[in-house]
Design a binder for this molecule. Structure first.
Ligand code: ZN
Length: 338
C-alpha cells in the first residue's frame, strides 16, 4: 500500500523521543515529541509544520531551540501542541533569549501553540517575531474526539494519559485513499488532469451524487467539454483504499485508566510506536517512575490489536540489552491472552 507518509525515529530506540513523519512529494513533515534533534538535517527541520509534544519533560522538548534557530528569519507558521500547562512552557522557552532586533526582520515567524485539556477544550496562544515573541492569547476551540489537526487527507487525534503528570498520546490517521482506475478513464474517453483532484476532493467531502462535474480539455481534435454527475464518475473511476494509522504512546504509567485509553487510541493501528524503557525484571523501577515495562508495552499493543509494534525510548540503564528489550516486547505482543 502506498502511504501518504513515512516515519522514522530520529534517535533510534535509545535516544530522546522524536518521531519524524515525512510526507512524500510534499516538502512537509510533522514531529511527534521534540527531544534532541541534532541528528535531523536543517532541510528536514525546515519542512516541519506541526509538532506534537507528549509532555514537557526535558528529553521530549529540548529540541525546541534547534527548531526556533533554524526557522528564525523565515516566513513561517509553526504550530505546537501539548498537554495542560504547555503554553507556559513555550512562553518561557521563547523568553529565554533577548529579542531586541527580531521585529526588524522582513518576514515573520509565527509560532502558534495549543494545549489540550481533559474536557476537550484547546487553548491557543501565538508568539510572533514582530512582537518579540510576546504571548498573545487566541480563541479557545473545542477538539471533538481529541482531534487537534484535521486536513483533507489526514488527521491527528490526541488523548490525555497519566505519567504522574498529564501526557498526551497521539494517533495519526490517514483518511481514505482514493485511487484512479486509469483503464476506466480510457474506456470513458476521459483525459487525466486537474479535474481528478477536484473529483477526489468532492468525493472526500461526500458532496451530493448529482453535483455536476465539468471536464474540459483540448487535443488535436480541438476543444472538448463534458458534464457528468459526480456520483457516476466516483463509482466508475475511483477506488477507495483504507489509509494508514500510526499511534504514538510514550511515558505512561501502567494502570487500568491508561490501559483503556491507549487501547481505544491505538485500536487497529498499522503501527504503534510505544515506549518500553524497562525490562520486565525492572518493573518496580518502571512503576516508581510512571513508565511501562517491555511486557506491559507488548501487552498494550496486543490488546489494541495493532498490526506492528515498534518499542523505543529504552532506558540508559539497559544500554547493550536492546535485543532483550525488543524480544520481551514482541513476546508479550505475540502471547495468547490469559
Ligand atoms: Zn516523562
Amino acid at each position: 500500500m502506498r502511504s501518504l507518509f513515512q516515519t522514522r525515529l530520529v534517535n533510534g530506540t535509545n535516544g530522546d523521543p522524536a518521531l519524524y513523519v515525512d510526507f512524500q512529494f510534499r516538502r512537509r513533515a510533522l514531529l511527534f515529541d521534540l527531544g534532541d534533534i541534532m541528528n535531523l538535517a536543517p532541510r528536514h527541520v525546515l519542512r516541519v509544520t506541526d509538532i506534537f509534544v507528549s509532555h514537557a519533560h526535558m528529553d521530549h522538548f529540548i529540541g525546541f531551540d534547534r527548531v526556533l534557530r533554524l526557522m528564525l528569519g523565515r516566513a513561517r507558521r509553526l504550530r505546537l501542541y501539548g498537554p495542560p500547562g504547555f503554553l507556559d512552557r513555550v512562553a518561557h522557552r521563547v523568553l529565554g533569549y533577548t529579542w531586541n532586533l527580531v521585529e526588524n526582520y522582513a518576514v515573520e515567524l509565527s509560532i502558534e501553540a495549543a494545549e489540550l485539556h481533559a474536557d476537550g477544550r484547546v487553548e491557543w496562544a501565538a508568539f510572533r517575531s514582530r512582537d518579540r515573541f510576546a504571548r498573545t492569547e487566541m480563541d479557545a476551540v473545542p477538539a471533538p474526539g481529541g482531534v487537534l489537526l484535521d486536513e483533507e487527507d489526514f488527521r491527528v487525534r490526541a488523548v490525555q494519559l497519566d505519567h504522574s503528570i498529564p501526557c498526551l498520546g497521539f494517533a495519526l490517521e490517514e483518511k481514505v485513499h482514493l485511487n484512479v482506475w486509469k483503464s476506466r478513464l480510457d474506456e470513458l474517453g476521459l483525459p487525466t488532469g486537474p479535474w481528478l483532484s477536484e473529483l477526489k476532493r468532492l468525493a472526500r467531502q461526500h458532496a451530493p451524487d448529482d453535483t455536476p462535474m465539468t471536464i474540459a480539455w483540448s487535443d488535436h481534435g480541438g476543444k472538448h467539454s463534458r458534464v457528468h454527475p459526480l456520483g457516476t464518475l466516483r463509482r466508475a473511476i475511483l477506488r477507495e483504499v483504507p489509509g494508514q494509522t500510526i499511534a504514538y504512546v510514550v511515558d505512561v504509567a501502567f494502570h487500568e485508566r491508561n490501559r483503556q485509553a491507549i487501547i481505544r487510541l491505538a485500536h487497529g493501528a498499522d503501527l504503534l510506536y510505544v515506549e518500553a524503557p524497562f525490562l520486565n525484571e525492572a518493573s518496580q523501577r518502571a512503576a516508581a517512575t510512571a513508565h511501562l515495562t517491555t511486557g506491559q508495552a507488548g501487552r498494550l499493543a496486543r490488546e489494541a490489536a495493532v498490526k506492528r509494534v515498534v518499542p523505543f525510548h529504552f532506558s540508559p540503564r539497559h544500554a547493550g540489552a536492546e535485543d532483550r528489550l525488543e524480544a520481551q516486547v514482541q513476546e508479550a505482543f505475540a502471547a495468547s491472552p490469559g
